[in-house]
Design a protein around this ligand. Structure first.
Ligand SMILES: C[S@@+](CC[C@H](N)C(=O)[O-])C[C@H]1O[C@@H](n2cnc3c(N)ncnc32)[C@H](O)[C@@H]1O
Length: 231
């Protein structure tokens, strides 16, 4: 992919959203000085934005390769839940003619980011203005983007073709947080792709559930599933 637009603030968010991208030096700093110092100082000042941007885009290209084996994004309306800064959407946009991207995320950075299952769903690491900047400066047309703040905005009641959530829904917080909303927007045609720690559970909610990836080397063991035909 061509050189991407990135700055220090965007790189900081990427690092918090995809901690696997941290160099061994950064991980050592986190172990040594703790998560609060890591979030407030290390992730802000001791990073190389270009390097993080490059690794992030490589990661997202790999994610796209996996998902596009199972789904054709052309002419589709896409809803992303917990999109992060939007790297996957960027790659989808480069490779397809998408109708529209709607993104729901939170608009703050937790003081001390702790990864794992977050019962209260209080952890967040995003800045929605920067998501808009990252996407538009990297070639997604402004008219195609709709961004929603989880805590402030009404969720969009549109006919989405696909809902996608990598390392967010049912990975950090329960699917049940969105289940009432999904009941309103999901049609027979709607596909849902997300990373979950309990893939079997979704066989009771969908007619078709297929595991498309197993992830063992991240914050916790999870499966990426593609579901359709909401019951
Ligand atoms: C681990 S990051 C993953 C980001 C991106 N999907 C990726 O794969 O790089 C989790 C994302 O979920 C967001 N998040 C947390 N709670 C959320 C909620 N209730 N609804 C939507 N997004 C949420 C965080 O702010 C963060 O951007």
């Amino acid at each position: 992919m061509d050189k991407i637009f990135i700055n220090k603030k965007i790189a900081q968010l990427i690092l918090l959203q995809r901690i696997d991208l941290a160099s061994s030096f950064l991980i050592r700093m986190r172990k040594l000085f703790g998560r609060k110092f890591f979030t407030k100082f290390v992730s802000k000042y001791l990073i190389n934005p270009e390097q993080i941007g490059k690794k992030y885009i490589n990661d997202m290209e790999e994610e796209y390769k996996n998902i596009s084996n199972y789904y054709d994004f052309n002419n589709k309306d896409i809803l992303s839940i917990g999109s992060g800064i939007g790297g996957l959407e960027l790659i989808i946009n480069k490779k397809n003619d998408v109708n529209r991207f709607s993104l729901i995320d939170k608009n703050y950075i937790s003081e001390k980011v702790v990864y794992g299952w977050d019962l209260k769903n209080s952890e967040a690491y995003n800045d929605l203005e920067l998501v808009q900047i990252f996407l538009t400066k990297n070639g997604v047309s402004k008219e195609k983007i709709n961004i929603f703040d989880f805590d402030k905005d009404e969720f969009p009641l549109e006919d989405f073709d696909i809902i996608i959530s990598l390392f967010s829904l049912d990975y950090h917080y329960s699917y049940e947080l969105y289940s009432d909303y999904f009941k309103k927007i999901m049609k027979n045609k709607t596909t849902l792709i997300f990373d979950t720690i309990r893939p079997q559970y979704f066989e009771s909610l969908f007619h078709s559930v297929k595991i498309i990836k197993t992830i063992n080397n991240s914050v916790h063991k999870s499966s990426r599933i593609i579901c359709s035909g909401a019951k």
